[in-house]
Structures are given as structure tokens and as C-alpha cells.
Ligand binder design. Structure first.
Ligand code: 5GP
Length: 115
């Protein structure tokens, strides 16, 4: 079995990070290295899916739940508008292979969240 991901370790309280929202299957934290005035991560509690392509194929309703929570958080933390980014693959900048969505909001410049 592979090591638990950093997000699993946060969820289990092994790495400190405030869980700012959660549902039965999804939780959200602030990104440790924000690339926008609001930069949150929405993450399935299960680490079964490495990236958004696997998730969309394996559990589309869980992907929909992530999008729903992203919208709620963008309304709570900004004006409701947001950019949703999934990096898929190391070449695209993915560093944590436990699927997660970056929720960027606030005053966004073009090209926020480069690799
Ligand atoms: P990726 O590059 O895989 O798309 O995104 C991983 C994100 O997780 C990065 O934006 C990085 O800043 C964030 N991150 C990595 N480790 C931690 C951590 O320990 N705590 C928090 N809050 N964010 C983290």
C-alpha cells in the first residue's frame, strides 16, 4: 500500500490545517501557498482517485459534489465567482496524487495559478 497522501493526513489530523468545510464525502482547506486572494482546495475524503480523469470515470456524482462545495465556498469567501482548476499529471503541475480542485476567487488576474 502506498503512503497516505498529505490530504489524507490533514483529514486525519496528522498535519495541521483547518478544515473550513465538509460534507460526508468532501472537505476543504486553504492552500498553504495561495496563488489568489482566495485559494481553497476541495478534496474527496477518499483517496481512491488520483486525478480528475479517474474521478470523472469512476464517480461522477462525487465530482459534482466537489463542484457544489466549491460554489458554496466561493460565495462565502468571495463574491461567488470562481476559477476551478484540476491539475492532471506531473507535467501539468500536479504534485499531490489524491484528486483535488483548486478554487480561486477574489480579484483574479489572467493566468492565476501557473504551474
Ligand atoms: P497540485 O500541485 O497537486 O495541483 O496541488 C497541490 C496543492 O496542495 C498545492 O497548491 C500546495 O500548495 C498544496 N499543499 C501541499 N501541501 C499542503 C499542506 O500541507 N497544507 C495545505 N493547506 N496545502 C498544501
Amino acid at each position: 500500500m502506498s503512503e497516505p497522501s498529505v490530504f489524507t493526513r490533514i483529514l486525519q489530523g496528522e498535519i495541521p490545517s483547518e478544515i473550513i468545510a465538509q460534507t460526508d464525502r468532501v472537505f476543504a482547506i486553504r492552500d498553504i501557498a495561495p496563488q489568489a486572494p482566495v485559494h481553497l482546495l476541495v478534496i474527496p475524503k477518499s483517496a481512491d482517485y488520483r486525478d480528475v480523469v479517474e474521478l470523472a470515470a469512476g464517480d461522477p456524482s462525487l465530482l459534482a459534489e466537489m463542484v457544489e462545495l466549491a460554489a458554496v465556498l466561493a460565495a462565502e469567501h468571495a463574491d461567488g465567482d470562481f476559477r476551478l482548476i484540476f491539475n492532471r499529471g506531473a507535467g501539468a503541475g500536479q504534485t499531490v496524487f489524491h484528486v483535488h480542485a483548486h478554487v480561486l476567487a477574489g480579484s483574479l488576474s489572467e493566468g492565476s495559478l501557473g504551474g
